[in-house]
Write a protein that binds this ligand. Sequence first.
Ligand SMILES: O=C(CO)COP(=O)(O)O
Length: 253
Amino acid sequence: MARKFFVGGNWKCNGTTEEVKKIVTTLNEAKVPGEDVVEVVVSPPFVFLPVVKSLLRPDFHVAAQNCWVRKGGAYTGEVSAEMLVNLSIPWVIIGHSERRQLLNESNEFVADKVAYALSQGLKVIACIGETLEQREAGITMAVVADQTKAIAAKIPSWNNVVLAYEPVWAIGTGKVATPAQAQEVHADLRKWIHSNVSAEVASSVRIIYGGSVNGGNCKELAVQPDVDGFLVGGASLKPEFIDIINSATVKKN
Ligand SMILES: O=C(CO)COP(=O)(O)O
């Protein structure tokens, strides 16, 4: 079953109104393949979601970078899944390693968030990945399997989930995983899903790679059979994001 290439731009905690408008203008003027070839989702900080959504071309979509773990209420500083739905924000990134590490979000907490967001009708980019210490200790697969297992245990369907493999040592470091390293983990993850979820989900779920992806390295990663797209940080704020979107075409050739 063909998995549609997915390119996400995670803008993280960056930008002013003027800057985000400039990025949107660049995206709107770009020549890229149609939605039948590549799904493009950009994720500005919460406060810029309405302006980006209102200005962005209709074939690109928006994601929030986080949401609260359950129904909204007395949770100062949080933004609920219901609010995102109310604003017609279709996607949310959950479990990014920056939140796991800096805000101590556990596998269980991340899984609860994914389950709640899905239950409200959001589509989820669920992030997993090992640290450098874990990779060097040879436990990469055990770590990402645990992270995936926590999510699998709590969700009734993977239809609206994209799994983002983002090795922590590759994020914002300029140290991209080699195509072979990315392919190995993606293939192992797909095998894990085959054994622990179902053959159908294993063949249909998109597993995207994140960590120092740029205009220069995207094509060699994109040709890997189990790499179904990217979650891009720094380069998603620059015009080279267009080149990354266009790397989707390597799958067609
Ligand atoms: O964290 C990332 C995307 O979510 C990756 O960030 P960089 O592309 O800046 O390494």
